[in-house]
Design a protein around this ligand. Structure first.
Ligand code: HEM
Length: 512
């Protein structure tokens, strides 16, 4: 009896200490929070915070203007209790996302996608933990600068497909390829499930428990449809790839290296070690993630290049002259030509700056609280590096909405070293989550642009009276990727070039 009382006394003491700790902890957090201000931000409503002021289109422009209005490069917002920090300048982005990477490298989960649809397989959205680290190491090996040369065949076939499609408006074989279709459609589902303001469940967690029949829970039915679509889209190319691996045992695509990696990451997945193929495809599909990214982002940058050439024939002519002087008429551009093409380099930098393919990057999330320049930054805070604002900073890039490659050229025609270079800054993100495909993307962009300039003339379409139709630069209003909206243009093989021969000989594409 007495020992029972003692035990109770001990437990009560423990409980008291625990309560005290909790109160102190909460008190400390609140004290710290109260004593340190949040970064500047607009006035917040109770509960909803800043939810009602968020636009659904051109949100990167809104964030940039909001920062200018508040006179701050950092903007702090809250949406239904979720903290969001917008970073509009390079210095802050580097201080937080690079120098304090251990704290700023996680990702917020899209609840509609991961918890309602049940799709947790996207590498780019994985939390900052061991599983992400293992994949990241593997991606680095696969897409390192030194391995780029081994991709020249794939890049050539990409140029072949693009060029014949551009010239003849024909759907190329790749366009009907189930793998490409899969990546495009899957990306649409993800874009939709994460679109700001589209699904309330992304903001209000308890909604995920709402029964499907409840008014307002229509998103559950949608989620079922989306899941079915994703399952089908994953199964088809997965099976095709596994079959191909079985047939061509010499090939070593990225998929093949995964089972072993999983085995070391996940003890339950031991089946993967044994048969080497039968791994759980719904955990992570690298092919999907990478294809979707490659297609969407690189295509946006390539189309921005073509748009710029339509609007600025003088830039096109100068770049063509440079490419011709280095490459000549008898072959197509190669990787080794790139260092000898400084004007083309300025054009590519301006393409990436003028319309950053992912204007808001992919948001990071803090995995602990922090204090920066006297401001309190909470745990689980979404941190958005606004690449658009950084690359449209009037102090660094005057008249930022103008397409002017000359801004990157200094005295003696050399590339300037004194301004941020969009090939290496902001465009591909920051810190440990920065884009692992940036070397590949830049190389593809260079070779594609040089090849198009070498083979084709790009100009405005003409109306029935033969007058040029002006192409207006307009970009997708509400998507993660800033695609140029359709614009009229004419692309014809250049006179004085044996385009058929060059395409066949160097790209392996048969032009009819
Ligand atoms: C012009 C083309 C591209 C642009 C502008 C671009 C941009 C970006 C950006 C801004 C991020 C987020 C970085 C951050 O969180 O700080 C990212 C992540 C990522 N990109 Fe790219 N990207 C491009 C092409 C590619 C290509 C070709 C691949 C595949 C080979 C790729 C694979 C990825 C992956 C896997 C991630 C997620 C990384 C992680 O979360 O750890 N990207 N990209």
């Amino acid at each position: 009896m007495s020992s029972g009382t003692n035990m109770f006394a001990v437990n009560a003491q423990d409980l008291l200490v625990l309560c005290l700790c909790f109160v102190l902890h909460v008190g400390y957090r609140y004290r710290r929070k109260r004593s340190l201000p949040s970064p500047p931000g607009p006035t917040r409503w109770p509960i909803a915070g800043n939810a009602f002021m968020m636009p659904s289109t051109y949100i990167h422009v809104f964030y940039k203007n909001l920062g200018a209005k508040l006179g701050s490069k950092m903007v702090y917002l809250e949406v239904f209790g979720n903290p969001i920090l917008i970073v509009n300048d390079l210095e802050t982005a580097r201080d937080l996302l690079e120098k304090c990477a251990a704290l700023y490298s996680s990702r917020r989960q899209i609840r509609m996608l991961t918890e309602v649809i049940g799709f947790k397989a996207l590498f780019g959205l994985m939390p900052y933990a061991d599983e992400w680290r293992i994949h990241r190491r593997m991606l680095h090996q696969h897409f390192s600068e030194t391995r780029l040369l081994t991709y020249s065949f794939e890049i050539n076939s990409f140029i072949g497909g693009l060029s014949s499609s551009l010239t003849y408006g024909l759907p190329t074989q790749r366009k009907n390829d189930p793998l490409v279709r899969f990546a495009e459609q899957g990306w649409l589902v993800i874009n939709r499930s994460g679109a700001p303001g589209r699904y309330l469940v992304n903001i209000l967690a308890p909604l995920k428990y709402a029964p499907g029949w409840m008014p307002g829970a229509g998103f559950k039915k949608e989620a079922k449809e989306m899941r079915k679509k994703l399952d089908r889209l994953i199964d088809e190319p997965y099976e095709a790839t596994v079959n191909a691996m079985v047939r061509y045992t010499n090939s070593a695509p990225l998929l093949e290296t995964l089972p072993k990696v999983y085995a070391s990451a996940d003890k339950d997945n031991t089946q993967a070690i044994v048969c080497g193929r039968n791994f759980d495809r719904h955990r992570y599909d690298p092919d999907f993630d990478l294809q979707a990214r490659t297609i969407e982002t690189t295509a946006a940058a390539t189309m921005t290049f073509i748009l710029a050439m339509v609007i600025h024939p003088e830039v096109q002519m100068r770049a063509q002259q440079e490419v011709d002087s280095v490459v000549g008429n008898q072959r197509l551009p190669e990787f080794s030509d790139i260092p000898h093409l400084p004007y083309l380099s300025a054009v590519i930098k301006e393409v990436l700056r003028w319309n950053p393919a992912t204007p808001l990057g992919v948001p990071h999330m803090t995995s602990g609280q922090d204090v920066y320049k006297g401001y309190y930054i909470p745990n689980n805070c979404t941190v958005i590096a606004n690449a658009y604002a950084m690359l449209h900073d009037e102090d660094v890039f005057p008249d930022p909405t103008e397409f002017r490659p000359g801004r990157f050229i200094g005295e003696g025609g050399h590339l300037r070293q004194d301004i941020p270079d969009p090939e290496f800054v902001a465009t591909f993100g920051f810190g440990r989550r920065a884009c692992p495909g940036s070397h590949l993307a830049r190389s593809m962009l260079y070779i594609t642009a040089a090849s198009i300039l070498s083979l084709f003339d790009i100009s405005s379409s003409v109306d029935t009276d033969g007058k040029p139709i002006k192409a207006n630069p307009r970009f997708a209003p509400s998507s993660l990727v800033s695609d140029p909206l359709p614009f009229p243009c004419k692309i014809i093989p250049r006179s004085g070039k044996d385009v058929k021969y060059l395409m066949k000989e160097y790209v392996g594409a048969e032009l009819i």
